[in-house]
Design a protein around this ligand. Structure first.
Ligand code: FES
Length: 170
């Protein structure tokens, strides 16, 4: 199953869509319109790129840093398209006691990405989360809708390998 819940567009459609969203907001949108505009872009485009941040800042007479600050502050907004599969690793206390930090280091090194980044093939992204309620059998990860407990580095590799070769996240 594809984990993506957001829309992903062809890159050349993004500017037109952003332009339409800004047009919809009126000729000189006030700062109150920023969050609704960002939500509309996130919902329709699937992420908010640097180019989009520039377009929004120009249209609203804001600095890019102001728009960027809002995008970075809210977890709802992504600055890059999400990967096909998101692997969530629990980094909360009980999982820390049983080695989730070492597991996260292994995941980062195996995939060559940090939290919040997708592998270059767009197949897998890792994300830090804080507790799945599976604390007694950590380290815990979640792939798609399925929670996996007692995940060793070897088990992590075995669970993630099929995702990178086009498999499903069960
Ligand atoms: S602390 Fe990891 S599942 Fe609760």
């Amino acid at each position: 199953m594809d984990d993506r819940s957001e829309t992903q567009l062809q890159p050349d459609l993004e500017p037109n869509l952003v332009e339409a969203i800004l047009r919809e907001a009126g000729p000189s949108p006030t700062q109150d319109a920023l969050l609704p505009i960002l939500h509309a872009v996130q919902g329709q485009v699937g992420h908010i790129s640097k180019e989009t941040i520039r377009s929004i800042a120009d249209a609203m007479n804001l600095s890019r840093a102001e728009v960027q600050g809002v995008v970075s502050f809210y977890d709802d907004f992504r600055e890059a398209p999400s990967a096909k599969h998101v692997v969530q690793l629990c980094m909360a206390e009980a999982c820390q006691a049983v080695g989730c930090r070492a597991l996260a280091a292994h995941a980062k090194s195996q995939l060559g990405v940090d939290f919040g980044e997708a592998t270059p093939d767009g197949a897998v992204e890792i994300k830090a989360v804080y507790c799945f309620g599976n604390c007694a059998t950590g380290p815990t990860i979640r792939i798609g809708n399925r929670v996996h407990g007692r995940v060793s580095p070897e088990r992590f590799d075995a669970l993630v390998a099929p995702l990178r070769s086009g498999g499903r996240s069960a």
